[in-house]
Design a protein around this ligand. Sequence first.
Ligand code: ZN
Length: 140
Amino acid sequence: MARSRRSPTKGAVPAKVCATCGRVMTWRRRWERTWDEVRYCSDACRRAKSRAIDVALEGAICDLLVGRRPGGSICPSEAARAVGGDRWRELVEPARAAARRLATRNVVEITQHGRPVDPATARGPIRIRLSTQQAPPPEA
Ligand SMILES: [Zn+2]
């Protein structure tokens, strides 16, 4: 495949976050007319939108974090185990994607070595903790 580096404005390439996998997608020529409506980085992500398992993984991440001490963190594999049981290994990457989506919504932070990292570009082992950027909901 030919690699085209052309962008609409030299320098800053528009980018947005895929609604399924949470990774950054940068502007491509084929999205010239539809960029405002583009929500998924790939056909696979479009097909995978809002699968029940992904909703379950997001819920598991939130449940696990709520059960942790304040500031505590979890590994994506813990959410994968909570949802997938014996088949948890298949769900590790979907769990990471669920964490990225939650991070995009500012529900959680993705950390490496205890420091927040950009969820869309982080590679390697990550941990998940509740976002510190928003105040906890007021006590009822
Ligand atoms: Zn995607």
